[in-house]
Design a protein around this ligand. Structure first.
Ligand code: AMP
Length: 290
């Protein structure tokens, strides 16, 4: 496995590759990241993984400095997955002195995570756009865990005519439903026990939807009620939004919806989501036992 830190070395390695799958990450890898890598392996000739904690997507008060990092462990995992190349640039390589160009995706970045974290998607779109032009992948793999990010990246790719395909992979969860995340490392034992409440809240609303409920306010109330039973959970937002526009819905129509939330569990901010798929609703209208 080749590990490169410069843009020149990345470009040179790319010239010898065929159909490349790129998996952008911020490192501190877990099974969710590995699922993206395995999918890329199945569909591409070479797999490139980028490991870069992107400073432009963190606000000054956020956790850029303390974000978990362990490059040695990440490289061992990536080697065991048979990854062809790891691109791990320094911040000064991606953003040299005088750097002053940013990508702003409008229309789908002012709600949910975009509203809670101003400037976040500007940082994400900018770094992903740069990674796309540096690595020049045929396909790029992203997790449904960051649902709004997938909408933003797809829109950027479409609007800027970037010549690649975006592939979105399902969220990988712990046995108790907690979505895997590098930030789960922040949770102490009590918080870790409380953290599956996000998934319980999402699945409670999903069950209600599958049983026929279409009022978005009722689904939001259900999620809030489940969260309210967990004293360590402080909801930041709970949303039932259109899958494409990410605007809040009053009613869930035939095109389904995105259930999502950001919740503080102790000091740690966790996000999670479930897609309500209208095509499954008919088959699943029997309420499952809980
Ligand atoms: P991150 O390192 O957190 O920036 O994540 C890198 C990529 O992995 C993003 O596309 C994430 O959406 C994806 N990812 C993170 N956690 C999960 C998960 N639990 N399941 C699937 N994909 C994930």
């Amino acid at each position: 496995m080749e590990v490169v830190e410069t843009i020149e070395a990345m470009r040179q390695a790319r010239r010898a590759f065929g159909r490349v799958g790129l998996v952008p990450t911020m490192g501190f890898l877990h099974t969710g990241h590995l699922a993206l890598i395995r999918r890329a392996h199945a569909e591409c000739e070479q797999v490139v993984v980028s490991v870069f904690v992107n400073p432009t997507q963190f606000a000054p008060h956020e956790d850029f400095e303390s974000y978990p990092r362990n490059m040695d462990r990440d490289l061992a995992l990536l080697a065991s997955e048979g990854v062809d190349l790891v691109f791990a640039p320094a911040s000064s390589t991606m953003y040299p002195a005088g750097y002053n160009t940013f990508v702003d995706v409008y229309g789908v970045t002012d709600t949910l995570e975009g509203a809670a974290r101003p400037g976040f998607f500007r940082g994400v779109a900018t770094v992903v756009c740069k990674l796309f032009t540096i690595v020049q992948p045929d396909r790029a793999y992203f997790g449904q865990k960051d649902a709004q990010q997938t909408v933003v990246i797809r829109k950027m790719v479409r609007d800027l005519n970037l010549p690649l395909e975006v592939v979105v992979c399902p969220t990988v969860r712990e046995a108790d439903g907690l979505a895997m995340s590098s930030r789960n490392a922040y949770l102490n034992a009590t918080e870790r026990q409380a953290a599956p409440v996000l998934y319980r809240a999402l699945t409670a609303a999903q069950q209600q939807y599958l049983a026929g409920e279409r009022d978005a306010g009722t689904l939001r109330d259900t999620m809030q009620q489940v969260l309210a039973h967990e004293p360590l959970a402080q909801p930041e937002y709970v949303s039932v939004a259109d899958l494409h526009t990410l605007q809040e819905l009053a009613w869930v129509g035939d095109s389904g919806a995105l259930l999502s939330m950001a919740v503080r569990v102790g000091p740690t901010r966790l996000i999670d989501n479930i897609m309500l798929d209208a095509s499954r609703a008919g088959a699943g209208s029997r309420a499952s036992p809980r």
